[in-house]
Structure formats: C-alpha cells, structure tokens
Write a new protein. Structure first.
Lengths: 291, 372
C-alpha cells in the first residue's frame, strides 16, 4: 500500500521508514538478547508519553498492510485509550482491525495478556511505563545497567524477602518481576501477576516498548520466563475468588464492578473478547442472560 | 442486569467536539488570530519555540491557540510536528559574537565596548496593572515609545573575552567534534556538555529555574555573576554541497547568557574564573540565566570540584526530569484506567488483612495494616 491510500501526508503507520528501521534494529537486538532492555531513539508521538507511545512505535515498526490489528487496554477493546490507538492506526496505516483475539495478527495491549492462547502467527506488543524492574530499588540508570550487566540481582531478592518477613507474602500484585532465560530480570509491564504464567513458553512473539524511557525488549516465542519466588514461598497467580458473573468462567481474570452504594458488586471478565465469545457459545454466569 | 460499559468511541468524539467549543469561548467576542498571538504574546511564542525545539513563530502561535493557552500542551503539539520533519542537514555554528543585539547587559563591568543596551525589559518597570490596556483601543503606548534604537552597528565582543586576555577565566578548547543529538539517539549517561546543553535548552523553564535557584540558596553554590546577557538576531548559515560554500538561510532571535563563576583552583589548576552557559531561542532571559547556572553546577566533575550530593549537580536527576512533555505525559497518564492493577492490589490487601486478622495473638508481630 502506498502512503497515499490512507489519510494524509504521513507515511504508512505514521513513522518515516528510517525511524522504523531504527526501531526494527532495536527489536531484533531485543529478540537476540531476551529480556535485555535495548535503548532506542524514541520519537515524540502525537499522543502523550504514558499513553502507550512505546507500544505504538513498536506496533508502527511491525505493521505491514496485510496485518489485522487488535488493541486492548485493561483487557478490553472499548476502553477509551484502546479506541484511540486503534483509530490512530486505522487512519495512518489503513489496516484492518478486529476485536477477536484469534483473528488478530498483531495485538497491542496495556496491562493484560489475552486469556485465549496466542499462536506462532501473532505478535503481542506491550505498553511499558517503567521498563526497569530494579528502578524502585535503585533510581539511577547508570547503576541498574551495571547490575544487569553483572547479573547482580541480590537487591531484588532482599526486597522480596523483606516483603515476606513483613507481610508473610510477596506484596507485589502487578508488574511482578520475572527472570528470562535464566539471565535477565525483566519487568513484564503492569500486568496482574495472574498473567505471568502466560509469558513463559508463549508461541507468540512478545515485544515491549517504553517510549518515554526509550527502551525496547522482547521475549522470542517459547522463551522460558520464571516469576521470582522462594522455594518455601512459591509464586502464586492470583485472582478474585469468583466466577465471571456474565459467562461463568472460573479461569479468567476478573474486574470488580460496583453496582450500587450498598455494597452490591459483581465480577466480570476483564478480557471482553473472551467473555463475549463464551457467552456466544452458550455459557451463562449467575447474573448473565443467555445470549 | 449489568451491561459492560460501552461507547468509548462516541464519548471521545463528543469530548473533542466540546473541547473545540470551549476553545472558541463566547462567540460574541472576536476570535484571536494566529498573527495576533505571534505579535502580542511573543514571549509565550518564544517559550513554545524553545521547549518545542522548533524555530517557527507562526506554528508556535498556532499551537498556543489550539492548546487554549496551555503552553506545555502547545510545546507538545510542536514536538509532535517537529519529529515528522525531514532533515536536510545541519547549519554551521551560529556566531553570537556577531549578534545584532536588541539587548545586551553585563553585571560584572560598568561599561564595555559596545555599551550596555537595556532593550525591551521588564526589569525596571513598576508592576502596577496598566488599566489603559484594558480600555478598548488603548494603543497609544506604542506611539509614546521612542523610535526603537536602530540596531547598533558597532561590534559587541563577548565580555568574557576581556577577562580571557589575562588568563583570568577558563578558555573553551575549540572542538570540531559533532555534537550528540538526543532526538536521534537515546541519551547515554554520563552525557557530555553539548548533549547536556541540548537537553537543558529543551527543558522545562520552571524546573530549570527552581534548580538554578536551589544553587543560589546553598544546594551546590556556584557564586555566579551574569557576565553577559545578550538578545538579538543571528544569521543561520548552511553549507550547500553543490555550491561549495555557506549561504545564509535565515535569521533567528536568540538569548545568550554567560555567567562568571568562582573557582578555587585544584591541584593542577591555579584559581581562575569559570563559566556557565545558556542559549535559548527567542527572548527568554529567565531561562537563559537558569541554564547557565545549572550548566555550571553540572560541570563540577570536569573542573575537579568536590561533589556536594545536591540535585543540581546530579546529571542523571537533572537530565532525566527536565523534559516537560515527558513529565506531563507520565504524570497525567495515571488518570487512564488502571482497573486491572487496582483489582490485583485489592485482592492482595484483602488477603493480607484477612491473614493479619486471623492471627492477632502473635505477640511478636502485631497486625500491621500498612498498605503501600
């Protein structure tokens, strides 16, 4: 497709080809060294930092005209920022979009991994706010880069240990740190730790883009990813102890919805596509209606 | 029966329509033109050009109009436009010694070749509201003003050069090294002075002002004097490969500040004055002076001074937090939905509380309910 087919004087998928090449090089390096944060010359994008500029740049560098794009935020396709990013690529790249996980060739996500298992033909792009898993233990980039280079992760283990000493459990519920391929400690972006097991041995290529912090990292397909823990305090993927009130699923991550001011609440799948398709297939939760 | 919240798309469109209406305000009042903003809010235009890193008064004025006067939003609009522009090359270094000065002052010498030129400054105005400006058609102030002094053709050499003759002030070794560009390469720390200057000159005026102020109040004192502050037009020259020589492609307005600072000397160097430097698009005095103070504070290592562990000397702290487009984006993103993360925190707190309440008898560890 030539740029003229879609909106505007802008190039296909907004970024110029030189910038895309620079980003693709960073992605390739990231794939070659799984979990390593590759610096890249992030550009100003027409949406603010913090709105997914890293993910958008990675997506722009990966998109080809044949792609079918899905964008989710908090697991849902219709949250405002997901809508905004999907529109951005419809406008600047003229590509097809979908809300169905299985139909998408590229999925950009904020804070969730889809419940439906991904395939080798798919790319999952994460929006990352703070790519450095050690940042809140050591604010200096010059220090944390050294710690990664020396594989010096003692500080992280001490932090997790102190959590256990204080709370009896590791008090991290999202952005739970992982170790990639027995080497780099990586921040999986602020996904709930419920999603952590899906990072490992995933058939899809997983790419992480942090625009403001100018970092890209990657998990090639079927990479071993281990959530940090201790033998006597093994990692646990947790979720609300309910089933989805709409589709009855017992194995999906749930959002809690406040129904009234008298404590009424219900739990629904955060992954809207997963929930919709289960209901279409005839599953009904205790507050749902047959489709 | 609960229905999942839908309609993000319609909500966004409606919000944009409302925004356009609010921007226009009362339609009984004449609409601002971009030219009016460019001419009458010139200092705002200057700030948007400086921090947007694009010298284009018309586009900066347009951005201010579109952003409803929110300058950081306007800076962001300019940055997002700038990043899409192709690069044809780089200009030759501008020669600020040949600046056609509109203003040029020194706080270190009463007089100097070229003289002191006050120019259009607020410095000696009394800050009393001028209600004449509020009256319709109150344009007489312009008529009362004297003819703008024709730009003095006498040369105005940099004042630091006078100190330099006696070796009293450090000399900058000339360098042909190509300066780094943080818009094309990710910033690597430690950053050299040229790269620091680039980051600072794009940086937020308020942030740099406060940092500079902190050095004056003892957090990394540098004993700065304004050796010289000059504002005026300089020519921008570019080498044209086909021609084999440089031609002038335009003129830009710049503010340049050079501070003179004490230096106690070190084991290898006798006591000497040192310099801090600031260069900004347009008339932006406050920013230029702030830059020179922060620049000087950040040079402690190369000058062999002792670090005092203060914010203004910490290059990583300063450079990583100076950009207001990055800062405002990350700050404001916390208003985006975080249902999923919050839900996981909710589960964790409930679990920790349940465990704490189930075991109240443990004498050595009282049930803490600290939520982080």
């Amino acid at each position: 497709m030539s740029p003229g087919d879609s909106d505007s004087p802008y190039n296909f998928a907004y970024l110029d080809e030189d910038t895309k090449r620079m980003i693709r090089r960073a992605i390739l390096k990231g794939v070659a060294v799984p979990g390593y944060q590759v610096p890249f010359a992030s550009r100003e994008m027409p949406m603010p930092y913090g709105w997914g500029t890293g993910g958008v740049q990675v997506t722009a560098a990966c998109l080809v005209p044949e792609d079918r794009l899905k964008v989710i935020d908090q697991g849902a396709d219709d949250t405002t920022n997901a809508v905004s990013i999907r529109k951005f690529f419809e406008r600047t790249a003229g590509i097809a979009t979908t809300e169905t996980t299985t139909e998408a060739s590229l999925i950009q996500t904020r804070h969730r991994i889809p419940e439906t298992p991904l395939t080798e033909d798919q790319i999952l792009v994460y929006q990352v706010p703070i790519p450095e898993p050690l940042r809140f233990l050591e604010p200096r980039e010059t220090e944390t880069r050294k710690m990664h280079a020396l594989e010096d992760y003692g500080l992280m283990h001490v932090k997790l240990y102190e959590d256990i000493a204080r709370h009896g459990a590791i008090a991290t519920s999202y952005a739970y740190p992982v170790r990639v391929g027995d080497r780099y400690v990586m921040d999986p972006s602020p996904i709930p730790k419920f999603d952590n097991p899906k990072l490992s041995d995933n058939a899809a290529l997983q790419l992480f883009g942090a625009g403001r912090e100018q970092r890209i990292y990657a998990l090639p397909p079927y990479t071993k990813v281990v959530s940090l823990d201790f033998e006597d305090h093994p990692f646990q993927a947790t979720k609300a102890e309910h089933d989805c009130d709409l589709c009855g699923a017992s194995d999906s991550y749930l959002d809690e919805v406040i129904l009234d001011d008298r404590g009424g609440r219900m739990f629904v799948c955060s992954d809207t596509d997963f929930c919709t398709r289960r209901r279409a297939a005839g599953h009904v939760g205790c507050l749902g209606e047959p489709a | 029966m609960y229905v999942a919240v839908k309609g993000g798309e319609r909500a966004i469109d409606a919000a944009h329509a409302l925004l356009a209406e609010e921007r226009r305000g009362d339609t009984a009042i004449a609409e601002l033109s971009v030219a009016q903003i460019r001419e009458q809010l010139r200092l705002a235009v200057n700030r948007v050009m400086a921090e947007g890193s694009l010298y284009d008064p018309d586009l900066a004025a347009l951005a201010i109009k579109q952003a409803r006067g929110d300058l950081i939003e306007a800076i962001f609009l300019i940055r997002a436009y700038r990043t899409t522009l192709p690069r044809f090359g780089a200009s030759r270094p501008v020669d600020t010694g040949k600046m056609a000065c509109l203003r040029r002052i020194s706080a270190t010498f009463k007089d100097a070749p070229g003289g002191q030129v006050l120019g259009p400054t607020f410095d000696y105005t009394h800050r009393l509201l001028d209600f004449k400006l509020m009256a319709e058609g109150g344009a007489e102030t312009a008529a009362e003003a004297p003819e703008p002094a024709s730009v003095d053709p006498a040369p105005m050499p940099h004042i630091a050069e006078f100190l330099n003759r006696d070796g009293l002030i450090e000399t900058d070794a000339p360098s042909d090294a190509e300066p780094g560009d943080l818009t094309r390469n990710p910033m690597q720390l430690p950053a050299d002075r040229a790269l620091r200057m680039q980051a600072l000159t794009r940086g937020d005026e308020g942030f740099l002002l406060s940092l500079a102020y902190s050095t004056q109040r003892g957090y990394g004192r540098t004993h700065a004097f304004v050796g010289e502050l000059r504002i005026g037009m300089v020519e921008v020259e570019m080498e044209i490969p086909e021609l084999g020589f440089a031609v002038t492609v335009g003129e830009i307005e710049l503010t340049e500040c050079e501070t003179v600072n004490q230096f106690q000397g070190s084991k290898t160097e006798p006591p000497q004055f040192t310099k801090g430097y600031g260069l900004v698009f347009g008339q932006s005095e406050r920013k230029a002076i702030s830059l020179s103070l922060v620049d000087r504070a950040l040079r402690w290592q190369e000058l062999g001074e002792e670090g005092q562990g203060v914010p203004a000397q910490d290059q990583e702290f300063v450079l990583m937090h100076a950009d207001n487009v990055q800062a405002t984006g990350f700050l404001e993103h916390i208003k985006l939905p975080h249902y999923v993360d919050f839900q996981s925190e909710l589960e964790l707190i409930r679990k920790l509380r349940a465990e704490a309440q189930a075991a109240p008898a443990r004498a050595d560890s009282p049930a803490e309910e600290t939520a982080e």
